[in-house]
Write a protein that binds this ligand. Sequence first.
Ligand code: CA
Length: 717
Amino acid sequence: MADKKGQLVINIIVLLFFLLVAAWNSYRPLSSVDVKTNNVFDETLNSGYTYAESPVNADWPMHGRDYGEQRFSRLTLINDKNVDKLGLAWNYSLGTYRGLEATPIIVNGRMFVTGNWGVVHAVDAATGKMLWVFDPEVPGHWGRYGCCDVVNRGVAVWENKVFVASFDGRLFALDSTTGEVAWEVDTINQQPPYTITGAPRVVKGKVLIGNGGAEYGVRGYVSAYDVQTGSLVWRFYTTPGDPALPFEQPELKMAAETWAGGEWWKNGAGGTVWDSMAYDAENDLLYFGVGNGSPWPRAIRSPGGGDNLFLSSIVAVRPDTGQYVWHYQTTPGDSLDFTATQHMILTEIEIRGEVRKVLLQAPKNGFFYVLDRITGELLSAEKYVEVNWASHVDVNTGRPVVIKDYGKQPEMVLPSPAGGHNWQPMAFNPDTNLVYIPTKDLSGLFALSREWSENGTFTYKSGWWNVGLDWQTYTDLTENIDFDSLPISHGYLKAWDPVEQKVIWSYKHNNAWNGGVLSMAGNLVFQGAGDGILRAHKADTGDVVWSANIMTGMVAPPVTYSVNGEQYIAILAGWGGSAIASGDARTSAAAKYGNYGQLFAFKLGSSKSLPVLSERDRNITITESKNFNEEDLRAGALVYMQYCSVCHGSVAVSSGVLPDLRVMSTGVRSQFKEIVLEGQREAVGMPNFSDLLSENDVNKLYQYLLYRTQQSLTTDY
Ligand code: CA
């Protein structure tokens, strides 16, 4: 029984998670020792890039290193024979304590990374010396519109411009030398609850950017802007709008036929393109991954059923015009937040004796997909983690065979809304022909909105979570929880054979939330983890051949590059993103040491000492004693669940990133009401909830937090 309850609660904690470059080296003379590369995407980088790899000076010029987003480097100066000599070259503090998710972009010896909100830091890639910093000055109240921390996944670089999208939806072109703004456009008409956390891509003279906000109720789209002027070239909507209005693009007619019976446009419909894109230059196809619906359950969104295109789909378009070419929907009619926004890799693999040009994706739903990237045809799909919502994917129909009809009663679902794999990039190695995937085995509880089940209505909350679930069910299940007794959740780094569709090796992590992956020709794979350790594995066997304890958890992917003949490995450390809600405090470096955002670069033979952090004081003490009223406590728990848990953690146990509300200072306690209802800490991202909560709600919430403090007196995290 204890085990069953423990499993339920960890599942709820997991569910609460969702409540829970372009290269510019054309001006740079290429070295005479350029390496011949067998990477098909280097040879097809013919749309404006002069790109080659040199052991002397090699860039990481765009998000996935190449258009095919393989995150594979041919540099072999660092390899499995000498990696034990890797040491810290330099580190650079970003002055943040929240999640850092950016891929560093390195062009001609300069590195560009983003911190929180879309702040850009330009540093010397050999020394870590700051060159300039750009702050888009996003108003702190916009933090409320982010499901998963105020993160940013990086910049794009093209010619002399650096492109970044701010958390409040503005797209900037910056002078790469000075950081001055060349142009700025507002991609969302400053309409909350839209946000942007994704990295722009530059393809054929256009800057491409999507947006986020499907948990809050927005309509997703991708926009293409002219790199020189910032003028809008095209926009592709991923879901149909108000049927009383004309379709913005012809394929929305096809999409609208897959929605039935509801008023989806009033809740936005969702389908945000918040992360992945890839480009096949040879066939001139731009791919983007589309997210979940608003709200999550199809029962509310589209009660007449249907696939609800283009939710949870990979869409291929022409980059010049945004013209639709094909789509593949991974989860038709999705109700479980199974986005297809996860990283896509383009490559060629031999299947049944035939070389196929493929697109590889491991979306949240737990199946690894191999698609023909020219036609969108499904070649194969197999489970890369534990899955219980579908038995298999039928290769003939291209559709999953769903086991359960979600929505009738609360169900435990594998994977959880956190996904078998989330946004953390995978990597491909064309020598081993393996894909390295950061995965996790977690389940989540799905409980359909009681309001919808009982009354057939759905009350839309402006500017807050509108996912259509029943908070009372979650609150009831977390009552009297003994957090200490819960099982610890784990993540994995899996080496996956995309031809045989099976695991070749797997490495188990101490925490479910870990970083993206880098793959290198020197038989190495690098990954940072939630426990604050950066590890190098042998690409063929998975053996750990090097590690560094940097005492700060990582979710961002590492990159590699060379300057003046020396190869570097660089990574942003700063745990967060979705981990703020569901990351396990017992195994996170963030809970133990704080979460100080830093950029680290390593090279061979360097012996600079790693920073040593002291442990935080996490002692819990009672500062007020109180006789609790059970009814008020239950009401307070429900308020906490709906409005606080997504950032401060389930049952008031913080993952370690944002404040643990069981250990509020005297000052915070005395100003609790002003903070929650008057926006006293809005500047640092703590929103004002006066439109959603009354003073009475806040009093009950405060009681609940005191109660949780008392309950937690014996914990040591
Ligand atoms: Ca989502």
